[in-house]
Design a protein around this ligand. Structure first.
Ligand code: SF4
Length: 144
């Protein structure tokens, strides 16, 4: 079963760079699972993130998991993580990815993606601000 469109992963299409840090070659791949993915899209439409130059080799790839992870989708998340090549980190965007959010007690929902993949950064909020997403990405890059 492949329930998630993984064309956003590096090497397969839609990746982004941080507009405010032109010297920073970080590839950002979004795994949109629910409404937090709209906030990721907002970061793009506001010009905070821009399509990455495919000819540049990024220093690292940030896999952004934005939204609610269900148990049924867990294998697809593992598959997405395994598909990221090179130096890589996971960013949990929003309350759902962090802890299950408002659906934490649902039988279908995973109480935080860190039980499935290693998470390097958590961005709080329901939903979080696009600026907070970009700030977290820059912090990860600066810490690497
Ligand atoms: S944290 Fe809130 S905005 Fe984000 S996916 Fe969950 S319910 Fe939606």
């Amino acid at each position: 079963m492949t329930a998630i469109d993984m064309t956003g992963l590096r090497g397969a299409g839609r990746t982004y760079a941080v507009t405010g840090r032109p010297g920073l070659h970080v590839s950002v791949a979004n795994l949109g699972l629910a409404c937090c993915a709209v906030e990721f899209g907002s970061a793009v439409t506001r010009g905070l993130l821009e399509p990455a130059d495919p000819t540049l080799e990024p220093e690292m790839t940030v896999l952004v998991v934005s939204g609610t992870l269900t148990h049924r989708l867990t294998p697809a998340l593992v598959e997405a993580w395994d598909a990221v090549v090179g130096p890589r980190v996971v960013l949990a965007l929003g309350a759902c990815a962090t802890s299950g959010g408002p659906y934490w007690d649902s039988y279908a929902v995973v109480e935080g993606i860190d039980s499935v993949v290693p998470v390097a950064s958590y961005v709080p909020g329901c939903p979080p601000r696009p600026e907070a997403l970009v700030a977290a990405i820059v912090s990860l890059a600066d810490a690497s």
